[in-house]
Write a protein that binds this ligand. Structure first.
Ligand code: ADE
Length: 455
């Protein structure tokens, strides 16, 4: 059921079914057990209220882990509206529980179409946020497109936001950013988009690159994407990974994670890359490295994690073996050219299994597409486990506090997360794991800080 406006006693919401709340609450509390760093921050926020009086709009995957971040931001005093950053990642029961049990506004429905997705973006902007939080920079991009009068760019020409945005006079559009203190960005893809905005001079408030914090990308991108991507492939297909040739495209932190986990499951892993240093690293890490034209002929399972478009394109599908499985774990659904594949097919059979479609090619070959080419870890599984999202979302919460504390002092550009925040999170996570580490002696401190010690 869709309720677009706030009903009595409820925050603003547009969710699938509030009756799912009880199931969602169990999921949220289950995840919370594995998020001790975020819990400690929530307890402090509850007392100190660093976000008091601030409206926040967050465009994130609406999962149990995100719910615990939302609870933390609310504990800090924020009036939060959460919308989905991907139509297939929303956990409807979690969305329902956030509204009903935790009093947090949510506009997100699993499987929503482009119109609904962008209606929710419009709701997030109508919330007039002081702070925004993005997973892929859709929210900030929408604001920039509206301010620059580039309405045709909004979500690939989506009507609801255009209709909504066209209500603004040009004078109002220019003031769209007024009152915005800053924004947080969760992903590599989003940070790249935001740096491009900064370069073009269209970024009108500071952004904190949460993705670039060591406590985010070293763990979330590598171990989170590594495990949850294979989890998605396995849940969708129940295929045996041992002995399979798994082609991983892209050897950034996400690709490294997927490749190492696939090797751990006994797969023969092939890496494709365009960056010579990353390709060399993959080769010296012991992976086969080749072009996609070569890999396409031998791969059993293809996983794209590049952040770029058409990694698997028209020229590759005819080379593939029948029964090849293809999926994507990069942020947007652009890495596999599904239109080109469709053009080579006589039939697409949906629901071969949950989140698996069979593309029957004119040659009679079958190619299986998992998760519609969208993030396979969230479409076919539950995304990264809570333990790793603990660090990512602790970084988000503390970056938000930093952004607010430094209101007016940060330039309208992309900023790193302060190293003190990274060290706090790593120390707290180690403590929660019962791990102690050594401290430098005074003599060692002197050795590492002076240039006067010789060999
Ligand atoms: N991105 C990847 N996994 C996620 C999760 N479990 N929750 C929110 N965002 C995610």
């Amino acid at each position: 059921m869709i309720v677009a406006n706030a009903s009595i006693g409820m925050p603003k919401h547009d969710v699938a079914d509030l009756a799912l709340a009880a199931k969602g609450k169990k999921r949220i509390l289950w995840a919370d057990q594995d998020m001790p760093v975020l819990t400690a921050i929530r307890e402090r926020f509850e007392i100190e209220k660093p976000l008091a009086g601030l409206r926040m709009s967050a465009c994130l995957h609406v999962t149990a882990e995100t719910a615990n971040l939302a609870r933390t931001l609310k504990a800090g005093g924020a009036d939060l509206l959460l919308i989905a950053s991907n139509p297939l990642s929303t956990q409807d029961e979690v969305a329902a529980s956030l509204v009903k049990d935790f009093g947090i506004g949510v506009a997100a429905i699993h499987g929503e179409d482009g119109m609904s997705y962008y209606k929710h973006v419009a709701m997030a902007l109508e919330h007039q946020p002081h702070i925004t939080m993005d997973d892929g920079a859709d929210l900030v991009s929408a604001m920039v497109f509206i301010a620059l009068d580039k309405l045709e760019k909004l979500g690939g020409n989506q009507k609801p936001v255009q209709d909504w945005a066209s209500k603004f006079t040009s004078a109002q559009r220019k003031t769209l950013f007024e009152g915005v203190i800053g924004s947080m960005e969760e992903t590599t893809t989003g940070v790249i988009r935001l740096r491009a905005m900064e370069k073009d001079g269209v970024l009108k408030f500071p952004v904190i690159a949460v993705n670039d914090a060591a406590t985010k990308h070293l763990f979330d991108n590598r171990y989170g994407t590594g495990q949850s991507t294979l989890d998605g492939v396995i849940r969708a297909t129940n295929t045996l990974l041992a002995g399979k040739k798994v082609v991983v495209s892209g050897y950034g932190y996400c690709g490294k994670g997927v490749a190492s986990r696939a090797r751990g499951m006994g797969s023969l892993v092939i890496v494709t890359e365009i960056n010579p240093v990353a390709a060399l690293e993959a080769a010296m890490d012991g992976f086969a490295v080749m072009t996609m034209a070569e890999a396409a002929r031998v791969g059993d399972i293809f996983i794209t994690v590049t952040g770029n478009k058409h990694i698997l394109g028209a020229e590759h599908f005819p080379l593939m073996k029948t029964g090849a499985m293809v999926c994507n774990s990069g942020h947007f659904d652009i890495e596999i050219d599904l239109k080109a594949l469709e053009a080579q097919c006589t039939e697409i059979i949906p629901d071969i299994r949950h989140e698996v479609e069979e593309y029957r090619m004119k040659s009679g070959k079958k190619i299986f597409v998992i998760g519609h080419g969208r993030l396979v870890n969230l479409a076919a599984a539950e995304g990264h486990p809570a333990s790793v999202m603990d660090m990512s979302f602790a970084t988000q919460a503390l970056a938000t506090e930093y952004c607010v504390k430094n209101q007016g002092k940060l330039s309208n550009s992309v900023h790193p997360v302060p190293v003190e925040v990274e060290n706090y999170i790593a120390t707290a996570k180690l403590a929660s794991m019962g791990v102690s580490i050594d401290k430098m002696t005074a003599d060692q401190v002197s050795y590492t800080t002076s240039w006067e010690h010789g060999t």
